[in-house]
Design a protein around this ligand. Structure first.
Ligand SMILES: Cc1cc2nc3c(=O)[nH]c(=O)nc-3n(C[C@H](O)[C@H](O)[C@H](O)COP(=O)(O)OP(=O)(O)OC[C@H]3O[C@@H](n4cnc5c(N)ncnc54)[C@H](O)[C@@H]3O)c2cc1C
Length: 465
């Protein structure tokens, strides 16, 4: 096969890689992208999008079940709701299929050449790809490593049979009667709540003494309350030991040494994700590491000239929008533009019930630097729109410097608050002060009014509480 020479080679078509390649193509760079699985990476195929599709289907089904049970305050009735999970999965696959085709189309439109197969470095400028029709050698002036991440496997619970990862959970065609989940991070809780709504008896086992350890308890408490209302059992401070000899039950041990046997039809292990730093010839290179991740600087440059790395392979937060922003920046740098990682904050969302969104610093994080802060908190119980949505649980919280009122962080918990993340991120990124948010007219009736009210409250003059 004839060698390909190009200006930019991207390895991996996840959100980091495909965005980088599209932007590079738009900028007129001669760009090649390599993918060994489906375009779109983890996010589009087995991550963000399919999980949100399942969560939406579970919400609809759960609502219908509540109506059938006469538990609908609006007087809506339904009869005999049922779910055909195989059909739900086919609907979800239709969405991911449309999106992955869209990614291929966008890459082609930008003039990017797509090579399908596993890429392996030969040296810092050369990559060999094992394609269906033989080996394709690609020489590139610049190479971007965007190989992403994979689920962490526990030695005591290897994937296979009953033991599944998030990928397995997102392709189940029957709702498991009893679902045990190991790990109470955002992936475990998003899927756990969805399956609890679909009718599974969910038990969550977490080694730490709290759920969602990256968020403060004020934010996670409404989620814990909801898990309990859904009948999900959460065993905190409990370590898994493995499956029982018969494979019937998950074995675990509490902090007090008490043995737990959790009968389960499926065991979903969501104990984190590991960067994919093997399988692409790292041994042929001299790349510095930052713990288990590839070390990068503020321009996503690795320790080797002309080699960049973006996305999950480069560190936390392992989120699609961080990967995309890095990808876009690297394409611009390679094209000769002066760019640096100058983001003030990366929003993080848990699509749990209720949802959690966090941008910038929490009150404790802001105080940790010895800074004095003002915190404004506005509950959805005082928000008209939240009442009309039957979603009064939760609040918006704004954290600002006490001296000049510069907003340092914004958090919210509540139904649908993920969509408020845009306003929150914009405020932090633009360097808004409490007065800016308080003086902005927020449309009525919307949940976003709680954002303005929280800012007013931090200033000492909220109107509706
Ligand atoms: C269940 C779940 C839910 C999630 N939900 C969210 C969410 O709501 N919001 C959010 O922001 N993030 C979410 N994430 C995380 C998100 O999916 C990742 O942060 C994101 O996909 C990282 O993008 P990436 O480009 O770094 O890598 P990936 O998306 O992992 O893509 C890497 C690609 O590289 C390819 N590749 C690897 N090695 C090679 C090789 N040698 N040759 C060729 N190709 C190769 C892989 O096949 C893959 O397609 C979720 C993840 C999971 C698992």
């Amino acid at each position: 096969m004839k060698e390909i020479a190009c200006k930019l080679l991207v390895i991996g078509t996840g959100p980091g890689g495909y965005v980088c390649a599209i932007r590079a193509g738009q900028l007129g760079l001669d760009t090649v992208i390599v993918e060994m699985a489906k375009p779109g990476g983890t996010c589009l195929n087995i991550g963000c999008i399919p999980s949100k599709a399942l969560i939406h289907a579970a919400d609809d089904f759960y609502g219908a079940v509540a109506m059938a049970a006469g538990k609908n305050a609006m007087g809506i009735r339904a009869e005999n709701p049922a779910i055909d999970l195989a059909k739900t999965m086919a609907w979800k696959d239709g969405i991911t299929g449309r999106l992955t085709m869209g990614v291929s189309g966008l890459l082609k439109k930008a003039g990017v050449k797509i090579v399908v197969g596993r890429a392996k470095f030969r040296d810092g400028k050369t990559v060999a790809v094992e394609t269906e029709t033989g080996q394709q050698v690609i020489r590139a002036e610049n190479i971007v490593i965007a190989t992403g991440s994979a689920p962490v496997e526990l030695p005591a619970l290897p994937f296979g049979g009953k033991v599944i990862s998030s990928t397995g959970a997102l392709s189940l065609t029957e709702v498991p009667g009893r679902l045990a989940i190991v790990g109470a991070g955002y992936i475990g809780l998003e899927l756990g709540i969805a399956f609890a709504k679909l009718g599974s008896k969910v038990t969550i086992v977490e080694a730490l003494d709290r759920i969602l350890p990256l968020y403060d308890t004020q934010l996670t408490q409404p989620v814990a309350k909801r898990l309990s209302a859904l009948g999900a059992e959460v065993l905190l401070g409990t370590k898994v030991r493995g499956m029982s000899a018969t494979g019937e039950a998950l074995l675990a041990e509490t902090g007090d040494g008490e043995e737990k046997r959790i009968a389960a039809d499926r065991v979903l292990v969501t104990v984190g994700r590991r960067p994919v730093t093997e399988g692409w010839g790292r041994e042929e290179l001299e790349l510095d590491m930052d713990g288990r991740f590839l070390r990068i600087d503020e321009q996503c440059r690795t320790s080797m000239r002309g080699i960049y790395a973006i996305g999950d392979v480069t560190g936390e937060p392992m989120l699609a929008h961080r990967a995309m922003a890095q990808g876009e920046m690297v394409a611009e740098i390679v094209s000769g533009k002066r760019r640096n990682w100058d983001k003030r904050a990366i929003p993080a969302i848990c699509f749990t019930d209720p949802e959690i969104v966090s941008v910038g610093l929490s009150p404790d994080e802001a105080r940790a630097g010895g800074r004095e802060v003002k915190v404004g908190h506005f509950p959805f119980t005082a928000n008209g729109r939240a009442m009309t949505l039957s979603s009064e649980e939760g609040f918006v919280r704004v954290v600002a410097r006490a001296d000049n009122h510069l907003v340092l962080g914004i958090q919210a918990v509540g139904t649908g608050v993920s969509e408020l993340s845009a306003a929150f991120s914009l405020a932090v990124e633009m360097g808004a002060r409490l007065e800016d948010i308080a003086a902005t007219i927020h449309a009525h009736p919307t949940q976003s009014e709680a954002f303005a009210e929280a800012s007013m409250r931090a200033l000492g003059h909220a109107l509706h509480v």
